[in-house]
Structures are given as structure tokens and as C-alpha cells.
Ligand binder design. Sequence first.
Ligand code: NI
Length: 146
Amino acid sequence: MNIRNNTAAAGIARLSLSLPNGLAADLDRLVADKKAASRSALVADLVRDAVVEHRSRRGKQEIAGTITLVYDHHARNLQAKLTDLQHDAEGLIVSVMHVHLSHHDCLETLVVRGPADPVRTLADKLAAVRGVKHGKLTITTTGHKE
Ligand code: NI
């Protein structure tokens, strides 16, 4: 209890989190590869990056980028849901590339351009579809001065 109080006084919150086994092993490898001081230090860096990314380029500001999805195309109704979401996102998707990664898995890259909020919403919705193993929006510059 004293330790908890001391860390709170030092401005540090202690969290306990649960990860799937594979992801926990990946975290440890990342700590080693990046020569991070500890798991906590690495997770703090990742969270800071995510917060900066989350706060930047929001609202109506025009952004361009890619949404990358990896999914098992055998998952029930998955492709139909992804296609519906893409049709609903009229005007935001410039092009789509689909690669059959393996017998099960597909990789899809969508080039997107438009106001930040709807582009982010589209990326979040696609990534949240059940069966999507990985979904990521990568924002790049539109080439215009900001
Ligand atoms: Ni495929």
C-alpha cells in the first residue's frame, strides 16, 4: 500500500493490463529490439505516440492517407460488411488494392482523402468489424501547406 501511495505521489499511475499471450511475447521482443528501459517505458512511448496522433489533424482539415486492413475472408459476412462501409463512405476512398495474402487472409489497402473526422471514422469502423485482424490508418501529407 505504501508503494502505491509513493508512486501516486510521484505522478505515476500503476496499471495492470491483460494481453493475449502472443501479444505479450511481442511486447517483450519490442522492448528488447528498441532497447527500452522497461515494458512500462515502452508502453508509455506507445501511448504518447497514440495520443499525439489522435489529437492531430482532426475536424474538417483535409487529410490523405491509407487504411490498411488484414482479415480472414472466410469470416462470416465480413467482406459484405467491409463493402457496405466502403459504399457508405462516398467520396472518401480514392482507390482500393486487394491482395490475397494466404489461403485465409486478405490484405486491403484503401487510399483515402477527405476531411479528417469522416476519414478517421471510416478507418475506425472498418477496423472494428469482427474478423478484421489488423486495421490501421496512416496519415500522410496532402501536399498543401498546413
Ligand atoms: Ni483476398
